[in-house]
Design a protein around this ligand. Structure first.
Ligand SMILES: *Cc1c(COP(=O)(O)O)cnc(C)c1O
Length: 390
């Protein structure tokens, strides 16, 4: 038996990659005296629009994607009596923002081939009260936006994309954020494909929506702090046009974002490399590897979700315990919303209504996948998966 000191250190499920440029930019921000929303946030927004490559887009930085989703639905006028359709197989943030506004959430099942929202199920769930649909690009793979946008156009519904996993993801060769939906929201939470600690970006092409979102992200003020100190009108003057929120991003966070965004292409390449190594290693095992995009499209590889095949005797929970015992952190994305007490009880939901999400949930595990993993880390995960399946 090996002594304890030879044991490999625990491999966490996720780790951010923060470089010297990010650190220097944060320090520069701290020394500049401007720590809240200011010039660096503005630059981050400009860089984000430039990255998306479409100057007609408005990119608006916020302090979380949850805040951004809330602002998007608020700007679209979602309120009591309205219904918003989304996938049960998501994080609660996607759905909770609908409830903030007093509207109702209608959860639908996933397409088992993509683990993204099932567009046919969306169609069946449409009622006269339906106002909007919120697809999630699960794991970094685009939902079937061609079919969904055709459906929502036909029924006059709004679309807010929860793109928390989808930077940079493409759909039909176009970057998520540039499609014909109303609003797209990205997350820069610690474990997302780029991070500002906490943060998010709201993107829309509609100038009226952009105006409303900008106003509501900072107390319902008719202009934000940065404009106030650079515009011609007296610096102390502002107007409150609505009871808004406190959702602005700080320059400290934006300082990180500026450099994370520059590294996004390299980050995506490394994530894809790791995903390919996993795919090859697991091809002969009794598991289902994650769905891949159509040829030519980009997967952001936010998550690597493995599903245990029907013949695998070890249960999912025991499988995760075995990986932990081998020093590998993993997770489950997600415990479906129909299983969560609040959503289950409020809408009287049962697993029988969501067979694909339920089955995927019971057999799935998210493996570590992040840019700081070495090839040896990847091999270690592969070895642990093989052993855990045996
Ligand atoms: C992370 C995440 C969010 C929330 O992002 P925050 O920036 O933490 O608010 C929303 N939806 C999905 C699918 C997520 O994974």
């Amino acid at each position: 038996m090996k002594p304890m000191s030879d044991k490999l250190p625990f491999l966490p499920f996720a780790l951010p990659e923060i470089g010297e440029e990010e650190i220097a930019e944060v320090v520069d921000t701290l020394r500049s005296g401007w720590v809240t929303t200011g010039p660096k946030t503005k630059r981050f927004e400009e860089d984000f629009t430039a990255f998306l490559g479409d100057a007609s887009l408005h990119s608006m930085a916020v302090n979380s994607a949850t805040a951004g989703l809330h602002l998007a639905l608020e700007a679209l006028g979602i309120g009591p009596g309205d219904e918003v359709i989304t996938t049960t197989h998501t994080f609660t943030a996607t759905a909770e923002v609908v409830r903030y506004l007093g509207a109702d959430v209608v959860l639908v099942d996933i397409d088992p081939a993509t683990l993204c929202i099932d567009v046919k199920a969306v169609e069946s769930a449409i009622t006269p009260r339906t106002k909007a649909v919120m697809p999630v690009h699960y794991g970094g793979l685009a939902a079937d936006m061609t079919a969904l946008l055709a459906l929502t156009k036909k029924h006059g519904l709004k679309v807010v994309e929860d793109a928390a996993h989808a930077l940079p993801t493409t759909c039909g060769g176009k970057l998520i954020g540039t499609l014909d939906s109303d609003v797209t929201v990205f997350s820069f939470y610690a474990n997302k494909t780029i991070t500002t600690g906490e943060g998010g970006m709201v993107v829309t092409r509609d100038p009226a929506l952009a105006q409303r979102i900008k106003t509501m992200r900072l107390h319902g003020m008719s202009r934000d702090a940065f404009d106030r100190f650079t515009a011609k009108v007296p610096s102390w003057y502002y107007e409150i046009v609505a009871p808004g929120f406190k959702y602005n991003l700080t320059d400290i966070a934006a300082a990180m974002g500026l450099h994370q965004l520059k590294r996004l292409a390299a980050f995506q390449k490394r994530r894809e490399e790791i995903a390919q190594q996993f795919n090859e290693a697991f091809a002969a095992l009794p598991v289902i590897t994650p769905p891949v995009p159509p040829a030519g499209d980009v997967h952001a590889w936010h998550l690597y979700v493995l599903r245990l095949g029907d013949d695998v005797k070890v249960g999912r929970d025991a499988f995760i315990e075995r990986l932990y015992a081998a020093g590998i952190g993993c997770s489950v994305h997600y415990i479906p919303l129909h299983q969560q007490p609040y959503w289950r009880d409020r809408y009287g939901l049962t697993a029988a209504s969501f067979p694909h999400s339920q089955k995927a949930y019971e057999r799935m595990v998210s493996l570590p996948l992040y840019t700081r993993m070495t090839d040896d880390d990847v091999k270690r995960v592969v070895g642990a998966v093989r052993t855990a399946l045996a």
